[in-house]
Ligand binder design. Structure first.
Ligand SMILES: [Zn+2]
Length: 323
């Protein structure tokens, strides 16, 4: 009997299994093919279904219209010169190392150039961001923080050289945290804060914020808005939002530890996406499954240009889910 659909448990559980399974570029391509076309190849041009002709260097030719494609066409690995085995190894380390790894560490681990390691990480980060589509719900704490730059003691990020990041975290009744979302915003005005909340929190949820004017009007968008007013003495907002504060301190520690504290603002959102992907899967006890999920996302994330890799990806393409 022919099986239909992919076998969800088809992923390596250990590094040894990983090495045995993905020993060649062909073995990696076969795995990607199974993830991309779980019920068998279908032509991206004429939609014809059926086994393609196979040519050298992984080219697949539609038997109906003769269109040439490959398993990586239209994905983050499109036209890559990095071998698939290297892409796979990078994804494995990225998903199985407890805190991930920097481009510098990846460069040394894989023996690639720094540029190739950085480019893979940046592209995987876009795939990670893409996988965070489900909106948060229940009770959600929202707060902003300042990241990087020179400490200037400005209010609400006005007149500082730091980057402003808004954080949302689900608060569970057991005092634990659920999922998180983070966004680098140009300023802490309602123009940036409200759309963030509308994009990532399900209406009907309870949104907890401090009394900052940028959060006003949330109830008009269908949220139960619970405001904690701070004294006017300039108390740091994190006193009122302990969940968001905790997430921020974990993020800052991760940047200092794994990434030696260096982040340029143009790439900040990419790091926020990777951190979010990790945080939201922190209780998964199968790293191999996380690896498989990342490869699935890599196949449905469109190509990312060299300019995106170098100068920073335009995350606004992802951020507005509804107009
Ligand atoms: Zn075709």
């Amino acid at each position: 009997m022919q099986s239909s659909g992919t076998n969800e448990s088809d992923f390596p559980h250990t590094y040894r299994e990983f090495v045995e399974k993905f020993y060649s570029n062909d073995a990696c391509a076969a795995y990607l093919e199974e993830l991309r076309w779980p019920t068998g190849f279908s032509c991206p041009i004429c939609q014809a279904v059926g086994a393609p002709w196979r040519q050298t260097r992984g080219r697949l030719v539609c038997t109906a219209c003769r269109h040439q494609t490959s398993v990586t066409t239209g994905t983050i690995m499109d036209k890559t010169r990095t071998p698939l085995t290297t892409w796979f190894e990078a994804a494995w380390h990225l998903t199985t190392a407890k805190n991930g790894l920097s481009a510098k560490t990846l460069e040394k681990t894989l023996g690639t150039s720094y540029r190739a390691a950085w480019a893979m990480l940046q592209r995987y980060r876009v795939s990670m961001g893409r996988s965070e589509r489900e909106r948060l719900s229940g009770t959600v704490e929202v707060d902003e923080t300042l990241i990087g730059g020179v400490e200037q003691g400005g209010k609400r990020g006005r007149g500082t050289s730091k980057s402003i990041v808004v954080i949302a975290v689900e608060i569970k009744e057991s005092k634990g945290f659920g999922r998180i979302r983070m966004r680098h915003i140009p300023d802490a005005s309602g123009r940036n804060l409200r759309p963030f909340i509308c994009d990532i929190v399900t209406p009907g949820s309870t949104v907890c914020t401090d009394g900052w004017v940028g959060y006003s009007g949330l109830s008009k968008h269908g949220y139960v808005h619970k405001k904690t007013l701070l004294s006017s003495s300039g108390d740091p907002a994190h006193v009122a939002m302990p969940g968001a504060h905790r997430v921020v301190s974990l993020f800052k520690r991760w940047i200092l530890g794994t990434h030696q504290g260096s982040i340029v603002p143009a790439h900040l959102q990419s790091y926020l996406e990777e951190f979010t992907f990790r945080f939201n899967r922190r209780t998964s006890n199968s790293r191999g499954l996380v690896f498989r999920r990342l490869m699935e996302q890599a196949l449905i994330t469109g190509p990312i240009t060299e300019a995106d890799v170098t100068f920073g990806y335009d995350w606004s393409r992802h951020q507005t889910r509804r107009s």
